[in-house]
Design a binder for this molecule. Structure first.
Ligand code: UDP
Ligand code: MG
Length: 139
């Protein structure tokens, strides 16, 4: 059953380039409500755990390095059909293949430095939300 929440991150490249405001504006203008949000820097262990599903992939080490090099914005968003609608809003993993009007089309530099994360299922949204936010931080 679809839930109405998803977990997202604005990745280090987006924070470094000053895109926080622009991306959050696009998110709220698209009908998502921010239910919690914070700026944090992931440790190597955090990133290795968060992306464990990719640990056999050739880009894994580079991904961990990238995701830990500076602060990220972590947030939980609410909207009907949140997981799927947010994946549509961000566009394809590779910005070269991302549709016009998507966040990655506008803000991502490459397939690796692609500005934003969105959970890919309701189960992962719950797991990823709990990874970054305690119960009392989830409003
Ligand atoms: N990634 C990468 N090279 C690739 C595929 C993915 O560096 O060929 C990175 C990229 O930052 C991506 C993350 O690994 O967002 C997770 O990959 P996934 O396939 O889950 O893409 P997403 O769900 O973020 O679209
Ligand atoms: Mg993914």
């Amino acid at each position: 059953m679809a839930t109405n929440r998803t977990f997202i991150m604005l990745k280090p490249d987006a924070v470094e380039k000053g895109y926080i405001g622009g991306i959050l504006e696009k998110i709220t203008a698209s009908g998502f409500k921010i239910v919690t949000l914070k700026l944090i820097q992931m440790t190597k262990a955090d990133a290795e755990t968060f992306y464990e599903v990719h640990n056999e992939r050739p880009f894994y080490e580079e991904l961990v390095e990238y995701m830990t090099r500076g602060p990220i914005v972590a947030a939980i968003l609410e909207k009907d059909n949140a997981v799927e609608d947010f994946r549509t809003l961000i566009g394809a993993t590779n910005p070269a293949e991302a549709a016009e009007g998507t966040i990655r089309k506008q803000y991502a530099a490459s397939i690796s430095e692609n500005a934003v994360h969105g959970s890919d299922s309701d189960d992962n949204a719950a797991i990823e939300s709990a990874f970054h936010f305690s119960g009392r931080e989830q409003f």
